[in-house]
Ligand binder design. Structure first.
Ligand code: TMP
Ligand code: ASP
Length: 244
């Protein structure tokens, strides 16, 4: 489908999507706006749009080179990414390697408990309902995906986890957990979409042992830990210095 260029198609909490005029290609513009706790907490992280776009672009390139299909086409400027148009599957796929966040809150597991094999969870992408945790049966009941697609989502997520865990390990960073979104492109292929950044991952600096100093991700904003921009900058520097 060809559309006229520069039309705003969608505005989310962290990005705006525009048409480009090219068939099945959109422009994703990353914003400095930050939200947490289902947008109950709002703020701005200076330079976040540029850093997240640059980090995501680099990680999408690594994943593509490892054979993972993604929506990434190219980074156009520091906060603009060209992407393939997809129909987003309204499921947030969360992969956990160490216990943190809502898993600790809901299970009583101690922060940092090793999860092996990694946990794959599905959440309903729906702000009004507060992105609830889904079971496989509920997800199928709601027809959010077919049984085959659910298997594909879990398999792809675990593959991506292996690639990213090894990649971040090389950067001296522990990939604690992260969230992925997938979509169907115009050929109905299931591909990785959205972003992979300190907004959507928990990343712990292996050079720090102090539990609050080691945090390099949006938990610094969620939990008022300060020094958010410098943490994102350090992630960007280390990520850009490594390739798989
Ligand atoms: P959680 O522990 O709060 O469930 O978060 C798990 C991971 O998913 C964590 O890396 C942060 C990421 N995440 C998002 O990217 N968006 C969200 O809306 C939520 C709740 C979590
Ligand atoms: N992105 C989500 C929100 O704004 C939650 C989070 O990342 O903590 O509400």
């Amino acid at each position: 489908m060809t559309t006229s260029p520069n039309q705003k198609l969608y505005e989310g909490k962290a990005k705006i999507l525009y048409s480009t005029g090219a068939a099945n290609i959109l422009l994703s513009v990353f914003k400095d706006d930050a939200t947490a706790f289902n947008a109950q907490k709002r703020g701005t992280i200076q330079g976040k749009g540029a850093m997240n776009c640059t980090i995501s672009s680099h990680l999408f390139r690594q994943l593509e080179s490892a054979g993972i299909p993604t929506h990434f086409v190219g980074q156009l400027s520091e906060n603009e990414m060209q992407v393939k148009a997809v129909t987003i599957i309204p499921i947030e796929v969360v992969i956990r390697n160490l216990a943190a966040g809502s898993l600790c809150k809901q299970t009583g597991l101690e922060l940092g408990t090793l999860i092996a094999p990694p946990l794959v969870e599905f959440y309903y992408k729906n702000d009004e309902l507060g992105d609830p945790l889904l079971t496989r049966d509920r997800l199928l009941l709601m027809k959010l995906a077919t049984p085959d697609q659910v298997d594909q989502l879990a398999n792809l997520a675990l593959k991506i986890n292996k690639i990213l865990t090894d990649f971040f390990e090389d950067c001296g960073i522990t990939l604690v957990d992260f969230k992925l979104e997938f979509g169907l492109d115009h050929t109905q292929q299931l591909i990785l979409a959205d972003e992979i950044s300190p907004d959507t991952c928990r990343l712990w600096n292996q050079s720090e042992t102090d539990p609050s100093r080691r945090v390099m991700d949006k938990d610094r904003f969620r939990n008022d830990l300060g020094e958010i921009e410098s943490a994102y900058q350090l992630v960007m520097q280390r990520v850009l210095a490594h390739s798989i």
